[in-house]
Design a protein around this ligand. Structure first.
Ligand SMILES: Nc1nc2c(c(=O)[nH]1)N[C@H]1C(S)=C(S)[C@@H](COP(=O)(O)OP(=O)(O)OC[C@H]3O[C@@H](n4cnc5c(=O)[nH]c(N)nc54)[C@H](O)[C@@H]3O)O[C@H]1N2
Ligand SMILES: Nc1nc2c(c(=O)[nH]1)N[C@H]1C(S)=C(S)[C@@H](COP(=O)(O)OP(=O)(O)OC[C@H]3O[C@@H](n4cnc5c(=O)[nH]c(N)nc54)[C@H](O)[C@@H]3O)O[C@H]1N2
Ligand code: SF4
Ligand SMILES: [Mo]
Length: 743
């Protein structure tokens, strides 16, 4: 029996794994030592991947909704013809911009989504979104305005590691998180700092744990950055050389009442000052913020203040600090300082950041009489009926569409509402890759090969083939014979012909599909889906030739991109595709003057006007974090509840004092009520939460064949779409006012 190299698809780390099959079962799974980033590391979750691969609600055939509400199996010719015609009819009647695209990539799969834009552009669609628009867009907007880029922390080499609203012990997000955290914690010269109201597994290891009351990070972070300014802990030469706007920032932070803000956050002022001094004294500081601050009150201000921590202390562009990664694919896009105008969603007028409409306004954009409303939607590798705020209203919105088409591997909450469900092979049955390539100084790309065939008797199509056929069905694909002929002469001739062909806007719109239909069939081992990577490899090689060469790829001119592409095709465990030298990060600041712009006036004004603390409603005395990452959560990628070895129904965590007041004991059922809804869940009493703070896990509340009802509470039955950041529209899922009652 053979080990197959692939990757874990459960979080953005995408650790390399090897799988041994027993028939169609995943018999054994281990870390892949040849994977250049994870180097054999995995957490416990991928050992359960058979529950994804062989889930009982895997889709096997294209489905069409019947008039009686049920689904019937159809063949692919019918499915493609009818779906293409239905989208085209929406376009003809109401304009292509009323067609909305949601998703395009989960935690492990972005290759299929790289072809979806072709069909959407061919239809004239303009609006799209995905989960990044309910977590990262505030951070992207701040990064865009301050440095024309985003920066990620280098935790392998930092002296001080600062995690803000992030629990990497459970949620990872940095390579080999657990050994990396242990190493930092063990080293007396290094320092691990955690800002989290919960005493998380990561906080347990920390040298300094700042424990704000939930939702008070803006006050705490303002006090921390104000200490840097007021105690003059700033590297003035560095700031003069690399930044602008210091005076405006100093003006506002110089007036922050540190003691009062510390009181609002409930954190000892002396500890805040000690933390600021430790950060300022360090040779290098790496910062990582995540959902704890991105999904709570003042989230965009939080992202701004987090950025100021490293920017004001000069922790940028060196090893162990924060650096803009070289993206393999444009996972994040920037406005390039005014060269692209700001865009807003058509009905709600919400700011579009990195090309994404805020998730929290999507229902508003549908449930309206406004003629610009979205009328048709393609959902791919996402479950918005479950993952977006206010599921009840989201279901209503999806039902109100003229057309909903879902591409997935399983019968999800969203697929159940669809007019057509298009089934794809699992991520282990096709060529796949993720575009979560965010590391520095070395960055990694992993093209995964199929581990096994689709189930016998099933009728599945990989996403690239679905998008290509849909484009063909609306007559968007021109004759590609000349390109095929050029390819027969070799890649250089093909590259020249392809660049030529791009001059035609009809070709440029669907370039990925054109590559799939020309270069695709010529790729070895059936790797047609990798065709879009050829163009991306060339883009990276043209923009960053030195970093690509340092990664061991040779070649002059276009040969460098071709060789990078070929190296990716030939490496089943992934490769290092770029390697930075110290200082390279500085060259990727995308502002016109090449400087980091410290002052964002609108956000500085919000810092000045922070009030006396978060609002409090005695009817809802608790703050609920709706969607905590735990040992046995993985978004909705695992649908089979049996994958959870502990806590099968996802307990509500609550502090002992609160439990005692309410008369709750461990394991007893409780009722949690928010302004939006009510759920019943078992209780887990834990000292790790502050009084007044409760948490529910993410990814629960799914239906599954053979189980009587849903297992656990679906967090978004409790959340409200209006509870969102005023700038980025990102939700406050970590700050849901709630009440708990004994049952
Ligand atoms: N096990 C597991 N890992 C995952 C996932 C999963 O489903 N399961 N999902 C993946 C995905 S999609 C993502 S985006 C990441 C998310 O990764 P994280 O952001 O690390 O995950 P969370 O547990 O949602 O939130 C992080 C922390 O925020 C804290 N928090 C709550 N309220 C506040 C607050 O007001 N202020 C501060 N400072 N902190 C607060 C919580 O106590 C929690 O420890 O995880 C990824 N990894
Ligand atoms: N209340 C609350 N809501 C949240 C969060 C929270 O913390 N609290 N977290 C938010 C965050 S950070 C995220 S990332 C989102 C996640 O929510 P979503 O973006 O909706 O995605 P996932 O739950 O990851 O589901 C991925 C889907 O992809 C499907 N899939 C798996 N493999 C394939 C494949 O090869 N092809 C296709 N076509 N489909 C496939 C799975 O069956 C599943 O339906 O949830 C968000 N929602
Ligand atoms: S850290 Fe993430 S990618 Fe790695 S094994 Fe765990 S869940 Fe999978
Ligand atoms: Mo996420």
């Amino acid at each position: 029996m053979e080990w197959h190299s692939t990757a874990c698809v459960l979080c953005a780390c995408n650790c390399g794994i090897e799988i041994k099959l027993d028939g169609r079962r995943f018999d054994r799974i281990r870390g892949d030592k040849a994977h250049p980033s994870s180097q054999g590391y995995t957490c416990e979750k991928p050992l359960r991947l058979d529950h994804y691969q062989n889930g009982a609600d895997r889709l096997t055939h294209p489905l069409r909704r019947r008039p009686d509400g049920g689904f019937e199996k159809i063949d692919w010719d019918t499915a493609i013809r009818e779906v293409a015609a239905a989208f085209a009819a929406t376009r003809d009647a109401h304009g292509g911009e009323t067609i909305f695209y949601y998703g395009g990539g989960g935690q492990g799969n972005h290759l299929g989504g790289s072809y979806a834009g072709s069909f959407m552009r061919a239809l004239g669609a303009r609006y799209r979104s995905n989960a990044l628009a309910q977590e990262k867009t505030g951070q992207f907007w701040v990064g865009d305005r301050m440095l024309g880029n985003v920066a990620t922390g280098d935790f392998d080499h930092c002296e001080v590691a600062l995690f803000i609203g992030k629990n990497p012990w459970q949620s990872h997000g940095i390579p080999r998180a657990r050994p990396a955290l242990r190493e930092i914690a063990r080293d007396p010269d290094r320092c691990l700092i955690v800002i989290d109201p919960r005493r998380t597994e990561t906080a347990e290891l920390a040298d300094i744990h700042l424990r704000p009351k939930p939702g008070t990070d803006a006050w705490l972070l303002a006090a921390l950055t104000a200490t840097l300014v007021q105690e003059d802990l700033l590297p003035h030469d560095w700031l003069a050389a690399h930044t602008t706007g210091l005076d405006e920032v100093r003006d506002v932070l110089g007036r922050v009442p540190i003691g009062r803000y510390a009181d609002v956050a409930g954190v000892d002022e002396a500890l805040i000052r000690r933390t600021a001094r430790r950060v300022a004294a360090a040779g290098s500081v790496a910062v990582h913020e995540d959902l704890g601050v991105q999904m709570t009150l003042h989230s965009t201000v939080n992202s701004y203040l987090d950025t100021l921590i490293w920017a004001l202390t000069g922790n940028f562009g060196r090893p162990g600090t924060n650096n803009p990664p070289i993206l393999f694919a444009p996972l994040v896009t920037f406005t390039h300082w005014g060269s692209r105008p700001d865009r807003f969603s058509p009905v709600a007028g919400a700011r579009i950041i990195s090309g994404l409409v805020p998730c929290n306004v999507i229902a508003d954009e549908i449930l309206t009489e406004d003629p610009r409303r979205y009328r048709a939607m393609l959902v791919e590798t996402a479950n918005p009926a479950h993952s977006l705020a206010d599921s009840r209203r989201m279901r209503e919105a999806l039902n109100a569409l003229d057309l909903l088409v879902v591409i997935d591997v399983a019968m999800t909450e969203t697929a159940r509402l669809a007019d057509y469900v298009l089934p794809a092979p699992s991520q282990f049955e096709k060529w796949e890759a993720t575009f979560f390539n965010l590391e520095t100084p070395a960055n990694y790309f992993h093209l995964r090969r199929p581990v096994l065939d689709p189930p016998p008797g099933s009728d599945l199509l990989p996403e690239p083939e679905i998008h290509a056929r849909l484009c063909e069905a609306i007559d968007a694909v021109p004759d590609v014979t000349p390109l095929r002929e050029a390819l027969a002469e070799g890649r250089p001739a093909f590259a020249a012909a392809f660049l030529n062909a791009l001059a035609d806007p009809a070709v440029a719109k669907i370039a990925p599909v054109i590559l799939y239909r020309t270069l695709g069939p010529a790729l070895p081992g059936g790797a047609a889906a990798a065709a879009s990577l050829w163009a991306l490899a060339h883009k990276v090689a043209l923009a960053h030739p030195a970093a690509v060469r340092r990664a061991g790829i040779d070649g002059e001119g276009l040969a460098l991109g071709d060789n990078l592409f070929d190296a990716i095709l030939a490496s089943p465990s992934g490769i290092v595709f770029t390697l930075d030298e110290p200082g390279d990060g500085l060259t990727r600041v995308g502002t016109p003057d090449g400087r980091i712009h410290l002052a964002l006036p609108d956000l500085l004004a919000e810092i000045e006007s922070l009030g006396d603390g978060p609002p409090y409603d005695p009817d809802y005395p608790f703050v609920l974090s709706a969607g905590e990452r735990r040992a046995f959560t993985a978004n909705t990628i695992f649908r089979d509840p049996a994958w959870r070895r502990r806590d099968p129904s996802g307990s509500l965590r609550i502090n002992p004092a609160d439990a005692a007041t309410l008369g709750l004991v461990n394991g007893s059922p409780a009722r949690v009520t928010t302004r939006q809804g009510t759920v019943q869940v078992p209780i887990e009493i834990t000292e790790t939460l502050l009084p007044g703070h409760i948490s529910l896990p993410n990814g629960l509340g799914l239906t599954y064949p053979g189980t009587p009802a849903t297992t656990g509470a679906a967090p978004n039955e409790l959340t409200a779409s209006a509870a969102r950041d005023p700038h980025a529209g990102t939700p406050w899922h970590k700050h849901v006012p709630a009440r708990v009652e004994k049952m």
